[in-house]
Ligand binder design. Structure first.
Ligand code: ADP
Length: 513
């Protein structure tokens, strides 16, 4: 883009936090004031000379074009400074051969003023922008005077009509303009922030953009100056249009890139939050799992110690061995569940060989398994089967697991004195099993989540141990058998789980998948 202007950093310099006994004006403020005052003096000089200008209407048109250029301006952040691309400086430079050095400061003041007005209020306070405007003006004015003087000298020496005279001075002038601009800005940054500002690093960082800027500024300035000398207002506008439009296109492009980057940053932030949440979930799950595993491990350890000190207890006290076996079974169950969940996540299947089996028979067995537990807890457990046999095409072991998960949950989440009813019946093409309890029930907002792995109703966590895997596995197993599961519950009123599995009409036939 033609033109390259710098803006002050948005943050004022830190004071270092130390209280000052004596108030001294910081050096950078003196530096800022000197540059701002120089800009002001050059601007006033330009105004003073204005009445003598030839072709005032063309000059005012160029001021207008410089103002329009403010709309095509775009800023890119580099290190601690912002680099601004615009065609405004090209217009300022273009007026120098025709109206002189001070005219450039007039055009540039108009351009900077428009930029200042367009600057969104939330980016900086008006007060700060005012200081920024004065500094920018001064910095540009000094850079235009330095670059412009070289331009005029080059044209005088090389001749304004020769090819060399029409190109080399523009290139030299824009290089000088750009460097003066950059080093004046680096100066204020260094004075404000101290040694953390490394001038050469900023210069190097800015190098690539300077090259583009110098090329297009020289080209834009040269072309516009040619138009001023040879054409009228319409000609100048025609020459300006492609330069202004290309700057505007660049601005749109950079804006889109910035939006895209912001979008990417938001996505990264969101993913980081998700990961943190998953991490927390993993931590709490591990804590839960460790807690659940500790109970059977402690039982095994206590039984083992007892058996070590009284070997005869193995024969005398069958309760000890029962606890040992039960604890070992619980541990094995947890490990199996974790392995199965991993298998499901990897897209595997849990059911092995399916055969025709009688659900009524499997249910009898499962009820007998949980009956002892229900009795110990003081629960009334009943089970009814409408007709026998109830043929299903299933993996018998996994069918047992489905029923055991649902029944042991009903027993686990029902307080003493409550009841658990299991009913199996034929309904159309399905065998339906209903497990109904009068326990704690599930809050309505939790119902959609209870089949998710690791999900446990928070309020019920203290009521019974568990890893939140049983229902996830149960649902996956039911689906592997082409059935479905539904739940109805009211908090404090118990829960009803209903499983439907496709029946086999005649135990010789296999249902269509
Ligand atoms: P857990 O090992 O925690 O029991 P499950 O996957 O079997 O894991 O169940 C998930 C959650 O659903 C349980 O933690 C419990 O909060 C709730 N839940 C399951 N069955 C019942 C039930 N019959 N009554 C009340 N809540 C239940």
């Amino acid at each position: 883009m033609p033109g390259d202007t710098m803006t002050l950093p948005s943050q004022p310099a830190p004071d270092g936090g130390a209280p000052h006994v004596q108030k001294r004006i910081p050096l950078y403020r003196i530096y800022l004031s000197l540059i701002s005052l120089s800009g002001m003096a050059l601007f006033l000089g330009g105004l003073w000379r204005f009445p003598d200008y030839a072709d005032k209407h063309l000059f005012l048109l160029l001021c207008g074009l410089a103002a329009v250029s403010a709309l095509t301006t775009i800023s890119v952040q580099v290190e601690k400074s912002g680099i601004t691309y615009s065609v405004g400086p090209a217009v300022s430079l273009a007026v120098i051969p025709h109206w002189g050095l001070l005219a450039a400061t007039l055009v540039s003041t108009g351009f900077n003023g428009c930029l200042w007005l367009l600057k969104p209020k939330d980016q900086a306070t008006w007060k700060k922008s005012g200081a920024q405007l004065a500094f920018n003006n001064g910095m540009h004015a000094l850079a235009f005077v330095a670059g412009g003087a070289l331009l005029l000298w080059g044209r005088r020496v090389l001749g304004a009509d020769t090819l060399l005279g029409q190109t080399a001075p523009w290139l030299l002038a824009t290089i000088v303009y750009n460097e003066v601009n950059l080093w004046l800005l680096i100066g204020v940054l260094r004075l404000q922030h101290g040694p953390e500002i490394r001038p050469w690093a900023i210069w190097k960082e800015e190098r690539w953009s300077s090259q583009i800027s110098i090329l297009v500024l020289a080209l834009g300035g040269g072309v516009l100056s040619f138009a001023i000398q040879n054409y009228d207002a319409v000609g100048i506008i025609i020459f300006y249009l492609p330069i202004g439009l290309s700057a505007y296109a660049f601005r749109l492009y950079v804006r889109q890139m910035q939006e895209h980057m912001l979008n990417l940053e938001n996505i990264v932030a969101e993913r980081t939050r998700d990961l943190a949440a998953l991490n927390r979930q993993k931590d709490s799950y591990l804590a839960l799992l460790t807690h659940d595993m500790m109970t059977p491990i402690t039982s095994i350890q206590l039984c083992a110690e007892e058996l070590k000190s009284h070997p005869a207890a193995a024969v005398e006290d069958p309760f000890l061995t029962n606890i040992l076996l039960q604890s070992q079974k619980t541990l094995l169950n947890i490990v199996h569940n974790i392995l199965d969940i991993e298998k499901l996540q990897a897209g595997g299947s849990l059911s092995a060989a399916k055969v025709n089996c009688d659900l009524a028979d499997v249910l009898d067995h499962v009820v007998s398994l949980v009956r002892l537990d229900a009795d110990v807890r003081g629960l009334h457990l009943t089970h009814t089967v409408s007709s026998r046999p109830l043929w299903l095409y299933a993996d018998r072991q996994q069918l047992e697991r489905i029923l055991l998960n649902l029944l042991s949950n009903a027993v686990k989440y029902t307080p003493a004195g409550g009841s658990v009813q299991v009913r199996a019946q034929l309904i159309g093409q399905y065998v339906e099993v209903e497990v109904r309890d009068t326990g704690y029930g599930i809050p309505p907002q939790e119902i959609p989540h209870i089949f998710e792995r690791f999900h446990r109703v928070e309020r019920l966590q203290t009521k019974a141990p568990g890893a939140g895997l049983g229902l996830a596995i149960t649902k996956a197993l039911i689906e592997e058998h082409h059935g479905d599961i539904a739940v109805q519950s009211e908090e404090g009123q118990g829960a009803v789980f209903v499983v439907r599995l496709p029946r086999v009409e005649n135990h010789e036939t296999i249902p269509a998948a």
